[in-house]
Design a protein around this ligand. Structure first.
Ligand SMILES: [Zn+2]
Length: 126
């Protein structure tokens, strides 16, 4: 007996996706910044444009560093302590410390952000 599979639809979806992949470059791009504290990437609300109107951009372009809204708000009351490894690379560990507490712990004034090693983080936690 011959059976037919009614679920085997033609590959319409696959063809459609290929077409979309062809048009991923543009002469305009949405500008994004990276938060140096939490590492989040966010839209600045600006659009960047290629001077010669060449399609050189992906949809989003990261152009620099800027604190995100959340970190900016926290920095009013807190300082950010970013843990770094031996090579001064952030480990992803982040501590927020009340400004008055930070002033008592550290004998140097901290503006907004301090980079500290893992040993210092352990000392602060205890
Ligand atoms: Zn942030």
């Amino acid at each position: 007996m011959l059976t037919t599979d009614s679920h085997s639809a033609p590959y319409m979806g696959a063809v459609h996706e290929e077409k979309n992949a062809m048009i991923d470059k543009s002469y305009v791009t949405l500008e994004q910044h990276v938060c140096p504290i939490c590492g989040i990437v966010f839209d600045t609300g600006s659009i960047l444009m290629d001077r010669r109107l060449q399609p050189t951009f992906e949809k989003h372009t990261i152009s620099g560093y800027e604190c995100c809204v959340e970190c900016k708000t926290r920095l009013i009351e807190y300082v950010a302590l970013i843990e770094v490894d031996n090579l001064k690379k952030p480990t992803g560990q982040l501590l927020w410390l009340k400004r008055d507490v930070a002033g008592k712990i550290f004998n140097v004034p901290i503006e907004d952000v301090a980079y500290i090693d893992a040993a210092a983080v352990e000392r602060l936690k205890s």
